[in-house]
Write a protein that binds this ligand. Structure first.
Ligand code: NI
Length: 164
């Protein structure tokens, strides 16, 4: 099992735009494995490929308590948004901080799955927040960009999965 190093907020790679994946090669499969291992090892609920230094449009998410509902999205794109929700977010690339972000309540996502088949998902609530956070990463956007000035708060180490 390979757990990769997570890049931190001041690393310029996190500000670059990720490139679309053309096929699920062995390298991409390995990347997805490494991402899932790294997310779970760090008790996170999501991870984008550029957080471990790979500029590809791949995200993994698992918001389940039991940590057994891995979702993988390749080339994810939000095609429709509805409503808004205000929630506290944290990020594995910005340790020991959290802040409130205004996100869409409901989103429609198009992507490819691990077999490179079309995947469509309509979701709301916290999963919608996690997906918006991760998809932002792929465009070089951190949640801290969306926290109103002066509202980013220092926290203790998180005890429950929360970092996305
Ligand atoms: Ni994040």
């Amino acid at each position: 099992m390979v757990v990769r190093k997570i890049l931190l907020y001041d690393n310029p790679i996190l500000r670059k735009k990720c490139k679309p994946v053309n096929a699920v090669s062995n390298e991409v499969k390995k990347l997805i494995n490494d991402m899932a291992n790294t997310m779970y090892a760090n008790n996170g609920v999501g991870l984008a490929a550029n957080q471990i230094g790979e500029l590809l449009k791949v995200i993994v998410v698992d918001i389940s308590e039991e940590r057994n509902e891995l979702l993988v999205f390749i080339n994810p794109k939000i095609t429709k948004k509805e409503g808004s929700q205000l929630g506290v977010e944290a990020c594995l690339s910005v340790p020991k901080f959290e802040g409130e972000v205004d996100r869409s309540q409901k989103i429609w996502v198009k992507a490819k799955n691990i077999f490179f088949e079309d995947l469509e998902m309509e979701t709301d609530g916290y999963l919608a927040v996690a997906l918006q956070h991760e998809i932002d990463h792929l465009s070089g956007i951190l949640y801290t960009d969306k926290v109103p000035k002066g509202k980013l708060k220092a926290t203790e180490d998180h005890k429950s999965p929360k970092d996305i």
